[in-house]
Design a protein around this ligand. Structure first.
Ligand SMILES: *[C@@H]1O[C@H](CO)[C@@H](O)[C@H](O)[C@H]1NC(C)=O
Ligand SMILES: *[C@@H]1O[C@H](CO)[C@@H](O)[C@H](O)[C@H]1NC(C)=O
Length: 197
């Protein structure tokens, strides 16, 4: 009687083949950013916003996490300035005016949380690594929540300048979500792996 391999075995074999071909594609070192962004939810946005770091970050999870948070800070700053400008010109009325004021506040918090995160990423150490990863997760998640809270204030609105605002805020929330994924990747790989300092 012939015993067939267990289906689970075949499935695992299939998975390991997938992984090894994936590594073959990336082993050329040609697409550092594509490999780094593979853990993110919004991959094309990730590749677009982080490709400038391909050469310097190489395959280092800590450098990619830093790049992700830096880019997120830059974009939060831009959107924050844009929101402040909107508020100054008094274009929004009623409910939207209230929502806009809340957004400005949320973006201040988000910026602060991301700055603190970048501070941690600049001082990574093996002895405090797990505490640092916990703090990063807390602060970047909080920044993401602040951005989403801003969006909720405008839920169901279709006015033209509200649409523009929603797109910009959503975009920055995707960038922050990607930064969080890059930090989580660092948390799972740890320091001292793959060219990490
Ligand atoms: C990928 O990273 C390595 C360093 O790990 C670097 O030498 C190489 O130039 C990078 N490739 C690209 C296309 O930037
Ligand atoms: C989203 O962010 C990226 C990266 O900063 C930027 O290039 C793009 O123009 C942004 N899109 C919107 C709709 O704001």
């Amino acid at each position: 009687m012939i015993t067939l391999p267990h289906p689970m075995f075949l499935f695992l074999l299939f998975l390991s083949l997938l992984t090894s071909t994936g590594q073959m594609v990336f082993a050329k070192g040609k697409e550092n950013v594509t490999e780094a962004c593979s853990v993110t939810r919004y991959q094309s946005l990730c590749i677009h916003s982080l490709s400038q770091f391909s050469n310097t970050a190489g395959r280092s999870p800590s450098k990619w996490a830093r790049a992700g948070v830096s880019v997120s800070i830059g974009e939060v700053k831009n959107v924050k300035a844009y929101l402040a400008e909107l508020k100054k010109h008094g274009l929004m009325k009623g409910r939207n005016k209230v929502a806009l004021s809340d957004c400005v506040e949320c973006f201040s918090y988000a910026l602060d949380e991301l700055h603190r995160s970048l501070g941690v990423l600049r001082r990574l150490s093996k002895s405090t690594f797990s505490t640092q990863m916990g703090d990063l997760n807390t602060w970047i998640s909080a920044a993401l929540t602040d951005e989403e809270t801003c969006l909720e204030g405008f839920e169901g609105e279709n006015e033209k300048h509200v649409k523009v605002l929603q797109n910009r805020v959503q975009n920055v929330s995707y960038i922050t979500s990607n930064a969080l994924a890059l930090v989580n990747k660092l948390a799972t790989t740890g320091l001292g792996r793959i060219n990490d300092p």
